[in-house]
Design a protein around this ligand. Structure first.
Ligand code: NDP
Ligand code: GDR
Length: 343
């Protein structure tokens, strides 16, 4: 039985990857940082099948301990301060976790078990102000946020540990990938959640930033398979993982609102607070290397992805609404009540 240690297990990708590895028969260990209230929403359905180890990317000794306990064949380093917008007001924390945290993890692997295969979650944000379109493995980096800068550092540290210490270390340069488990502040989930709430009468408007930014959006469930494939190769390399399609935030709004029969122009309000000090205008990835060498291809398309997320947010918000009505004493066994609330 192969053993894997995942950092960022409670996040979007960590939860999909854990499911994927369990399905492959792995023994899965997950590093989680202590929080005052447990944050297991994404993993509650599998938490009894994974082994949780307390630790923090900023604490090398806790990572060494996690490596000793899990004794992994593969480490997937997904933990990070991953929200680009937060990286401006909190640049030092972002550097501490998203940059130095990776060196801590690489050091822990080198010191405890250097034969471990290591995956680093690199990002299309490293391309930033793009110097070539579509972006591929050889496109130069020009990050546009403290987050992007931190990811460039950690990307090159991973390459450096591969070349200096002969670690089997790979960086996956993943373009935006989303799912119903996406954090609520990221643009896709912010939109699909608002669409559901507006449809259900829980929200009146949606305040947004730059609608012209373009992203290459894929489904997280497809992308975690690519992470695993990278660690199954004969030699460690870096790969771009993307759909090869780009859409604007405005197109995202059109798809999400029209799915429930609404026009986004009736609800969206421009709000300066959501405009960034420096923007990444256009991302479009070329993942032909991954297709050729890993045999990887995305399965879920853009419209299908957004509709899946709207459906899921409708369900969540409806359940919450029903809960509220229940607390107020509504009788759901009465078909008239159920029908009036489900419209
Ligand atoms: P999430 O924000 O959903 O998850 C981040 C995870 O990191 C959470 O489990 C979080 O724990 C954990 N974490 C944060 N700080 C620490 C810390 N100090 N010590 C240990 N764990 C910590 O991100 P995603 O799942 O979307 O992304 C996974 C990785 O991939 C990240 O590194 C991200 O930067 C990168 N990436 C993501 C892309 C995307 O489109 N999703 C694209 C390219 C790269 P907690 O729950 O406690 O906050
Ligand atoms: P991004 O994702 O910064 O690409 O980073 P995000 O969804 O936050 O933004 C995408 C684009 O949408 C524009 N935008 C808004 N964004 C947010 N969050 N809220 C808004 O109201 C809004 N209005 C417009 C943004 O300006 C931006 O252009 C994600 C993260 O997962 C990173 O960790 C990862 O590395 C990259 O994707 C690839």
């Amino acid at each position: 039985m192969k053993r894997a240690l995942i950092t960022g297990i409670t996040g979007q990708d960590g939860s999909y990857l854990a499911e994927f590895l369990l399905h492959k028969g792995y023994r899965v260990f997950g590093l989680r940082r202590r929080t005052s209230t447990p944050n297991y929403t994404n993993i509650e359905h599998i938490v009894d099948r994974i082994e949780i180890i307390d630790g923090d990317l900023s604490d090398l000794s806790s990572l060494i301990r996690a490596l000793q306990i899990s004794d992994p064949d593969e480490v997937y380093n997904l933990g990070a301060q991953s929200y680009v917008e937060t990286s401006w007001p909190q640049p030092l924390l972002t550097s501490e976790l998203t940059a130095i945290g990776v060196t801590n993890m690489l050091e822990a692997v080198r010191l405890v078990k250097p034969t471990t295969r290591f995956y680093q979650a690199s990002s299309s944000e490293m391309f930033g102000k793009v110097l070539e379109t579509p972006q591929r493995e050889t496109t130069p980096f020009y990050p546009r946020s403290p987050y992007g800068v931190a990811k460039v550092y950690s990307h090159w540290m991973t390459v450096n540990y591969r070349e200096s210490f002969n670690l089997f270390a790979c960086s996956g340069i993943l373009f935006n990938h989303e799912s119903p488990r996406r954090g609520i502040e990221f643009v896709t989930r912010k939109v699909t959640n608002a669409v559901a709430r507006i449809k259900l009468g829980l929200q009146k408007e949606l305040r947004m930033g730059n609608l012209e930014a373009r992203r290459d959006w894929g489904f997280a469930g497809d992308y975690v398979q690519a992470m695993w494939l990278m660690l199954q190769q004969e030699s460690p390399e870096d790969y771009v993982i993307a759909t090869g399609e780009t859409h604007s935030v405005r197109e995202l709004l059109e798809v999400a609102f029209s799915y429930v029969g609404l026009d986004y122009r009736d609800y969206v309000v421009n709000d300066e607070r959501f405009h960034r000090p420096a923007e990444v205008d256009l991302l479009l990835g070329d993942s032909s290397k991954a297709k050729k060498q890993l045999g990887w291809e995305r399965k879920v398309g853009f419209v299908q992805l957004i509709q899946m997320m709207v459906d899921s947010d409708l369900q969540h918000n409806q359940a919450r609404l029903y809960g509220t009505y229940k607390d107020q004493g509504y009788d759901f066994s009465d078909p008239m009540v159920a029908a009036s609330l489900s419209d």
